[in-house]
Every structure is written in C-alpha cells, then in structure tokens.
Design a protein around this ligand. Structure first.
Ligand SMILES: Cc1cc2nc3c(=O)[nH]c(=O)nc-3n(C[C@H](O)[C@H](O)[C@H](O)COP(=O)(O)O)c2cc1C
Length: 469
C-alpha cells in the first residue's frame, strides 16, 4: 500500500481568499485571533493533519487590503506556534522565517526551544522574501537581490544545522550523585564564518529532540529550486496546474539526485484551496458568493488609488482583447452576462466561463438552470488566483488522489477561503474521506517521523573553519 500524503494546514486567520473575510460568519477581527487559532489547532489535530503552517510577510500597507488582506495584520509566525505549542499535543508546528532579515542564532534558539517544549514537533519554512518594504523595517536601504538573498540563505541553513548540533546526544549527563552535569567534550562550537553569516555558538538551548529540525523552503526562482533540492526536507511549490506541478516536482527530484541526495529526500508540497460543502452544489454556491464579494477597482479607484490594477473590468476587457468601444467596458458589474455578450469574449472568455461553470456552477444569462454569471464574477475569476478544488468530500479526495497518482505532489498545504467555517468543513467532511482512501493518516510522534524524512546530513557548501557538519 502506498503511504498517506503529507497534509498540513496553511493557517491564515482572516481567510486565504481575498473576499473570504466578507463571507457571512467569517472571522474578521484580529482581536479574536487567539480563539480562532485554538479552534483551527483543535480541528487539525483531531482530523490527523500532519502540521499547522504559518507563512510570513515583513511589511504592511493599505494596498494589501484589496490584494491579500490576510497580510495586513497578523500574529507573527513564531508567536503563533509558541502559543499553539501549549494547546496541542500531536500536530507539527511550522513557522516561516525570512533568512534575509532574521538572525540565525536567535532563530536557531527560538526553534530549538519550540522543539524541546513540544517533544519534537517543530519545523521551519525558510523564505528569502520578495517584499521590498521589508528593507525599511529592518534598517536596510534596499531589499537584497535574488543572488545575495540565496547566498545568505545557504549560509543560514548551515548555521542552523551547526547550532542545532551544538550538543551531542549524550552531552547532558545530569548525574546528581557524581555532581556531573555535562560532558564538556559534547558541546561544540558552530564556527560559521561566511560572507553573510557569522556565528560562533554553541547554542544555549538543550539539543532539540529532532536534532536538525525539518526544513521547508518556499520559492520559485532557479536559486530557490537549488536550495530546496540540496537543503530542504519539504519544498513548497507554486502549482498553477497539475502539469506545472509534475514538471516542478520532477525537476526538484532530479536536482536532489545531482546533489547526491535520494530523490525522495525532498518531498514536494502543493498549496490547495478546497471549498468544501455537503454536496457539490453547496460548495459551488460558496465559490459563487466569494466571487461576487470581490470588490472591483472601478468601485474604489477614486478613494483607493492603491487598488490592484488587475481587479477591474478594464483589465478583463484588455485581457480579452475586446474593442475600445465594446459595451463590456461600461457594463454594470452586477449585471448578468447574456449569451450574445458572451459571444464577443472569444476563446479566452469562453475558457473563463467554462471554468466558472465548473467551480461555481454559474451559467450565462438565459440558460435554463443555474445562477447567472455576472461581470463581477468574470473579473474576480480572471484576476484573483484561486487554486480552488470545489465540491463534496469525494470531489476533494479525487483531486488529492489524482495529483498523487500523477506524481504532481507528495502532499498538500490546505488553505481555507474563510475561517473557521471552511477549515471545519474540510476537517469534518473531506478529512474522513481522505483517511478512508488511505490519503491521510501518517504516524510518528515527532514531525520528522511523521514526514518520514531522514535527518539531513548537512550542507556541502560549508562556510566555516574547524567544525565538521
Ligand atoms: C507556496 C509558496 C508560499 C510562500 N510563502 C511565503 C511566505 O509566507 N513569506 C514570504 O516572504 N515568501 C513566501 N513565498 C515566496 C518565496 O519565498 C519567494 O520569495 C517568491 O516565491 C519569489 O521567489 P524566489 O524567492 O525564488 O525569488 C512563498 C512562495 C511559495 C511558492
């Protein structure tokens, strides 16, 4: 029998879809994040998910309100996992750390502490970041370029591994009778002397139960791929389609083999946004509602110049190549799209309508069944990325199974359009079906055991003197 997939929750308390927070009943007040985080943790643990995952973004600004509202204000990831450490007992806890700005010693220390406190359930997602405003928040003139960021990230991983190796497994003796607390020979310096990272060590936290903690890496550039293939246990990829995911996973496994690792050493995780209902129709109605709640630029551009330019009727009209005087450009957002108007939209328009019919059950006006498609639905579907998988438990499980069988992913990071109702629906409806099909339900008391990733042997690109990794 094939092993279950790796399945974790990518936690965004404000919901992962831009209009999710507007959905009736959705959590939308950050002051209540503690209760929602607890609820998500409880649900994830009960459902047998492998981990809770927290992304990060080191700046904010009013432009994010309409682009990615969940980035506006949220609990920082290390605080979130430490908070949840005390209210969970089995599930893994993965926090994102930005290697461009974080301090390696402080990072190794916080994560080793989390690992000790949770009995080995800690993991870290290392990113190098793309948000230029992060520079100003950290006393830098500019955000470093891709090459420099990844040069530092590589040294950062070496530093983490060295620091987590500070204490050999038997260095803590604690023999009260003899009065011997430690074996000084078991305490090692890190001795990292890189171009970007310098750290002496040893680490002033006991050896983490997992030793070297599982490392996740999320990125898209060639340098990101190289880092994932050589250093990461899990590679979190952008996966716009099954074919893209297959190609990315194949490439990563090849790179891992070239770096002397087993291709299986790097597990590829794709993000997915399941919109789950008791029936396919119920789930489609949720998506239709989410699409209808996406604000459009034309409604806000006078008051909010920072509105994302792609969220507009004009952008849709341009993308579909309709003429300057086409009535689409002056259409009322919430007017239904008629069959005659749909005809003008060409091949791309037809593909968009077909996609909407599939995910939201929306039909062009005048057809016998279904709810009418509006221009707002079309603009939202075109502009707002949504790795939607829509339907009942069986439809969601079919998607997971299809991707697994095609070699597109070893697991999924599950996003929820709004919280906590959609995560509840996923855990109540989809998780039991995934379990029944053997797609969910990994074993292991530490995160490393659950992920069945072998301990990393360590960086080949050592940047220091004196110490063997
Ligand atoms: C699925 C996925 C999740 C990501 N999550 C984060 C995140 O939480 N914080 C962050 O700063 N960057 C995140 N990134 C961005 C990457 O770290 C990266 O900066 C971006 O994809 C640009 O690619 P590059 O780093 O390869 O240049 C994520 C990327 C992917 C593919």
């Amino acid at each position: 029998m094939t092993e279950p997939l790796i399945i974790g929750a990518m936690v965004r308390t404000l919901g992962a879809y831009p209009s999710g927070w507007r959905h009736p009943g959705a959590h939308r007040d950050p002051a209540g994040d503690a209760a929602v985080l607890r609820r998500i943790a409880e649900l994830g643990e009960e459902a047998g998910l492998d981990y809770l995952f927290f992304g990060d973004w080191l700046a904010t600004g009013p432009d994010l309100e309409f682009r990615d509202p969940y980035l506006l204000a949220r609990i920082d990831p290390l605080s979130a996992v430490l908070f949840l450490a005390g209210v969970t007992s089995r599930i893994g806890l993965i926090a994102t750390v930005n290697t461009t700005y974080a301090d390696p010693y402080a990072t190794a220390r916080a994560l080793a502490s989390l690992d000790v406190l949770t009995g080995g359930r800690a993991g870290v997602n290392l990113v190098t970041g793309v948000e230029p405003r992060a520079a100003g928040n950290h006393g830098r003139d500019a955000h470093a370029d891709n090459e420099n960021r990844y040069d530092r990230a590589e040294e950062f991983v070496t530093a983490l591994d060295r620091l987590w190796d500070s204490w050999s497994a038997d260095a803590w003796i604690a023999d009260a009778d003899r009065g011997v607390l430690i074996d000084p020979d078991g305490l090692r310096e890190a001795g990292v002397e890189g171009a970007h990272v310098r750290v002496t060590g040893p680490l002033n936290v006991a050896r983490p139960p997992q030793g070297r903690l599982p490392i996740v890496h999320a990125g898209t550039s060639p340098r990101s791929r190289a880092l994932a293939a050589t250093e990461a246990d899990l590679a979190l990829i952008a996966a716009p389609s099954l074919a893209d995911a297959v190609a990315t996973r194949t490439g990563l496994r090849l790179l891992a083999a070239e770096a002397g690792r087993s291709p299986e050493a790097v597990r590829v995780i794709a993000p997915v946004l399941p919109v789950v209902g008791e029936t396919d129709a119920e789930a489609q109605a949720i998506v239709a509602r989410l699409l209808s709640l996406v604000p459009l630029a034309e409604e806000h551009q006078r008051s909010r110049p920072a509105f994302p330019v792609n969220r507009s009727v004009t952008a849709l009209a341009d993308a579909l190549g309709v003429a300057a005087d086409d009535p689409l450009r002056s259409a009322a957002f919430d007017a239904p799209v008629t069959a005659a108007e749909a005809e003008r939209l060409g091949e791309e328009g037809a593909a968009l309508i077909e996609r909407l019919a599939r995910i939201a059950g929306l039909e062009i006006s005048g057809s016998a069944r279904g709810t009418s498609l509006t221009w707002r639905h079309l603009v939202a579907a075109h502009a707002v990325p949504g790795a939607f998988v829509v339907g009942s438990a069986a439809s969601v499980a079919d998607h997971f199974e299809t991707w697994r069988d095609a070699g597109a992913a070893d697991g999924f990071n599950v996003l929820s359009a709004f919280q906590p109702a959609q995560f509840e629906a996923f855990t109540r409806l989809a998780a039991p079906e995934l379990r029944r099909r053997g797609l969910l339900g990994r074993e292991g008391s530490t995160l490393r055991e659950r992920l069945s990733v072998t301990p990393r042997v360590g960086s080949s690109r050592l940047v220091s003197s004196g110490v063997d990794a």
